[in-house]
Design a protein around this ligand. Structure first.
Ligand code: GDP
Ligand code: FO1
Ligand code: CA
Length: 310
């Protein structure tokens, strides 16, 4: 079993490559749910859906989220009722949120609901939410205290980050199957996701960090920061706000002693010796995923690096 800790768009591109180079049913994806938010009474799990839509071929590849060809007529109607609309839920996408919400109200866990979602969409890999309890990631900026989606989508994700709070996480516990997957893993991969608000959130669920530490599996991360910047999203502002160097090296430092190997982008080859000095085995490769070939090559490089670390 290969286990991947995953956020949204960056992770999904990598996982799309990974399922081409290994049996997809041997892959367990632990998904960040700190981004989850309630909208119009519906439970939205953006990172689960981004990965599920990507692995089932439904995703709008240009945006990286939502469903290709979706329409937004329902939101237009909601606007006519003078409701503020800032999160773009497509008409087809809404079906996922409506059913998820109904099943949650009926008492099913997010883990059970996600397993059924994957089966229905024909996904052979296993997507597990990191936990079943709501644990919203909150961001403090000079302007106030906001849910991550409010910070990113409603306010544009440009404000300095003073603090990141994983609300209620102390009372959360790993979802069913998460600890078993980590203890049985042949390799654990940290996808190229936001280290603080995606992978970091998963690591903050009590028990997950220890399970990774005590697993015999090599742990390999793919840097989401290239040449000191993000390709997308506010990871750079968050690293900066929390006092980490805004570079692939800063991310390696943030993950600290959890890692055994690290994939650096070719453009960051000069950081290799500094990352190696942290005690990590480093591989340098193109990590900018535009085409399917890029995704497949990066996935293969990650698995190869994990093999040499074990
Ligand atoms: P998340 O996956 O939910 O954490 O959020 P995003 O997908 O918006 O982006 C998180 C991180 O993924 C950002 O820091 C991006 O720089 C990184 N990322 C996105 N695409 C790529 C890519 O093709 N290669 C690499 N190495 N990182 C990427
Ligand atoms: N991201 C945006 O930047 N704007 C949106 O309106 C938006 C809507 C949306 C709807 C469903 C969904 O599953 C994801 C959506 N995302 C949107 C992406 C998402 O909020 C973030 O990019 C991720 O949480 C970061 O990985
Ligand atoms: Ca995310």
């Amino acid at each position: 079993m290969i286990v991947a800790l995953a956020g949204g768009v960056g992770a999904a591109k990598f996982l799309r490559g990974l399922v081409e180079v290994m049996p997809p049913e041997d892959l367990t994806i632990i998904s960040n749910t700190g981004d989850d938010i309630e909208m119009f009474g519906l439970h939205i799990s953006p990172d689960i859906d981004i990965v599920a839509y990507t692995l089932s071929g439904l995703v709008d590849e240009e945006r990286g989220w939502g469903i290709r060809g979706d329409t937004f007529d329902s939101l237009d109607m909601i606007r006519r009722y003078d409701e503020p609309v800032w999160f773009n839920l497509g008409d087809r996408d809404l079906a996922t949120h409506i059913l998820r919400t109904r099943q949650l109200r009926a008492g099913l866990s997010l883990t059970e609901i996600t397993a059924a979602q994957c089966a229905a969409l024909g996904i052979a890999s296993h997507i597990l939410p990191m936990c079943d309890q709501p644990v919203p990631s909150m961001i403090r900026t000079p302007a106030g205290y906001f849910h991550f989606q409010e910070y990113l989508v409603q306010r544009g994700g440009r404000e300095d980050v003073l603090e990141v709070v994983y609300q209620d996480i102390a009372h959360a516990s790993p979802a069913q199957g998460v600890l078993d997957a980590l203890s049985e893993a042949e390799a654990i991969l940290f996808c190229p996701s936001n280290p603080i608000i995606s992978v970091g959130t998963i690591l903050a669920v009590p028990g997950i960090r220890d399970a990774i530490r005590s697993s015999a599996a090599p742990v390999v991360a793919i840097s989401p920061i290239i040449q000191g910047a993000t390709l997308k999203g506010p990871a750079d502002l968050m690293l900066q706000g929390l006092g980490f160097e805004v570079s692939a090296y800063g991310v390696a430092q943030y993950y600290g002693d959890l890692l055994s190997g690290y994939l650096l982008d070719t453009l960051d080859a000069d950081l290799g010796p500094r990352v190696e000095a942290l005690g990590l085995r480093v591989e340098v490769t193109n990590s900018i995923m535009k085409t399917l070939d890029d995704k497949v090559a990066l996935a293969r490089a990650a698995l190869n690096l994990a093999r040499t670390c074990s």
